[in-house]
Design a protein around this ligand. Sequence first.
Ligand code: N01
Length: 870
Amino acid sequence: MSTRESVKGDLDVVVVGAGFAGLYALHRLRGLGFSTTVLDGASDVGGTWYWNRYPGARCDIESIDYSYSFDPELQREWQWSERYATQPEILRYLGHVADRYDLRRDIRFSTRVTSAAWDGGAARWRIRTDRGDDLRCRFYVMATGCLSLPKTPDIPGVERFRGETYYTGRWPHHDVDFSGKRVAVIGTGSSGIQCIPIIAQQAAALTVFQRTPNFSRPAHNGPVPAAKKAAFDADPAAYREAARWSRAGVPMNYSEVRALQVSEAERLAAYEAAYASGDLLALNAAYADVGTDPEANETVCEFLRGKIRAIVRDPATAEALCPKDHFYGTKRPCIDTNYYETFNLPHVRLIDLRRDPIRTITERGIDTAAESLAFDVIVFATGFDAMTGAIVAVDVRGRDGARLAAKWADGPRTYLGLMTTGFPNFFTITGPGSPSVLSNMVVSIEQHVDWVSDCLVHMRAERLDVIEPTPAAEAAWVQHVDDCAQITLFPRASSWYMGANVPGKPRVFLPYVGGVDRYRKACDEVVRRGYLGFAFDGPGGARCNDGVVVRLQLDVAMLLERLESLGLPAIETMSVADARAFSRALAAGRPPGPAVGETVDGLLPGAAGPLAYRCYRPASPGPHPIVAYFHGGGWVLGAHDSDDPFCRDLCVRSDAIVVSVDYRHAPEDRFPAAADDGFAAVEWIAANADRLGGEPGALAVCGWSAGGNIAAVVCQRARHAGRPGIVGQVLVNPVTDCDFTRESYLHNADGYFLTTALMRWFWDHYADPADRTHPKASPLRATDLAGLPPALVVTAEFDPLRDEGAAYAEAMAAAGVEVQHLPCRGQIHTSVVSVDVILSAAGARAEIGAALRRFFANARPAERRRAGSR
Ligand code: N01
């Protein structure tokens, strides 16, 4: 380490880290007139590319994409020599950037930050380093990288080994010669997979210790592909803009087709093409549901396992190399050069630690449960304390001395991955809660640095000293990040994305999975709406613009955008016949829903003639309880089979027979035809339970939208009539009233599929104004709700019907009815019934199934008692 005097100083900004992020931050901030110093523990620039010098290290995002876009001149003058550049070339690039913009003069190398404390009185951060520096700054920016703090190997005896030891993430600067040596490599993530083939070329013997096999496929590295270069050179600015608004920071087409929608032959052809492309993202892009549907994902897994089996000659080794404990992509996949082929070499051996775990490292090698092995060299490719490790490694103290490590003890809490409440003027570049490691890092880094720089300029212009996110904005963002993760397969893997690789680290999905494009839109919107979710203070005044930037669930937002892009006509502008045809056409392309034991169609007597029904039976042996179901469609649209996927889902989740009943529709048959048919149908189902394969007495009702209205009305009438016995009611976004002035009608009038205009159209077709207040039309208007069956009422946040559903739940509870109200955050009117489309509503569908099972379980003892006394 070079010697230097310790420094004191008062700066605008201290940036920690001189990698891609820190270098660009320095360039940008200094250019805007902010006095800025960068601190880095390394002796030169490069960040992760300074430390990860292990043999074979190279990027796995194509270099054209994995490079700065901020200066067209820089883009023009730098030409990459390979498709995926090596670590030395990337380091040369970063050195070139440092020279070109004269950055080194403001970087203090070989300097580690030890503590950072916010001084609220002075509105300054106080930064101390291991070189005795004592700096004050207005803004503290951590550009420390997501994968920079190597994980301490949690293997007993690590310190005992007397041979050479190397860590991929802290590789020495001198050449390491493996010739003639017996080498062990522990770890088969990206680092291991890259270095193993190269080490094997030199070593006398190589033993690979694998705990979890990873998915990898050939990178097909070589010269920069001509087509890629041509696409970039044709219009670099447009190319970069496309990357900024892409899903992962690389311009790419993502399929909207589901994997199991196509034939196996077509699917395999798509996978072969993705495999041949050598592109890390190609397999994820091949089908829309690879990241969300276990079955779809398994087709990718099996395809890749087939490739491994075809390459690796020894079947036992091949099998051990085949990942089977996680879905493709849920642990970061790799691309490689000759990784699997390496295991065909006679001097290379794989030890599967799942079968033969390491007992201890010894002075001379590694003892596994089965044998004692001697080595000259051990290489640890054991990974990093990802995303949060480097940030909390510094003793960061915010307001009132609060420790960041304590605040994040149960997982990081950030607003946009950029800031965290209680730590004013503290920014994290590509912090947890931002796309970061799920994206092309350079694109995400530039976006964050630009956002922070623009924010500082805004504060300077407005004479504001202090910025901090509001607790509500932060809480909502944390929730949103988790909501997005939950609809994917990611949380199911023990990955470093989940913090699972570091013993004791909380299991929280760390990056934002909603996409670079969507994330950028949210960040831009925050600014456009006057820094929504931030509080500022300073001579320019104190201001707090509290609010939540993203409130719709990710898949709901995507669906609404897709519908909007189709430019579909509004239903209420159509004739009834056209509206019916239109709703049938909309339903035609939807996923079919889960398989049930069997479906049987039949006719039952309605109030004024036969009604069609469809009976869904579970695969389990009967008899089963029965759910009488009423479809949605505003009393005008739909039929007994129009909510088919949802009925299947209900059947599977509740293990009950679902009888979906048609009822007469308006305007042909106006109020109270639908309600009367509903009651007649339920009476018939109760009387014919045996015939349907059901358990007598175990009958619940369920309905969605106008069907929820019918279900509610049926329960009121059954109570009044004293028959039939109904053990529970599930009302999904039900119509319970005819009042259009509730807040949910006003706030959600437009844009969330069910609009106020459409609801008016439905009501106008169904009932005369004078009839609408009758409890058979507006069950909320009933004077007495006591004695109704236990209820689950589901409402959606962005639904005009939300408040009347909630009001009905409240009114029933007030009347002593056992009620569960399930408000669905970020959902719209159609979410719950959109099986396998709105995955974020799967939790609500599970609650519905559980509620039905509960209704039946609670009712059975009474029913048995009744049956016994008969
Ligand atoms: O680390 P990892 P990495 N005993 O955590 C194993 C990026 N990157 O440095 O999975 C035995 O992925 C561990 O096993 P398990 C990229 O984002 C990019 O390879 O925990 N084994 C795993 O096999 C990447 O994902 C590039 O069961 C132990 C391995 O060590 C990320 O950095 C290149 C163990 C660690 O794999 C991290 O990659 C390199 C133990 N006690 C890295 N502890 C490119 O751009 C851990 N392991 C190409």
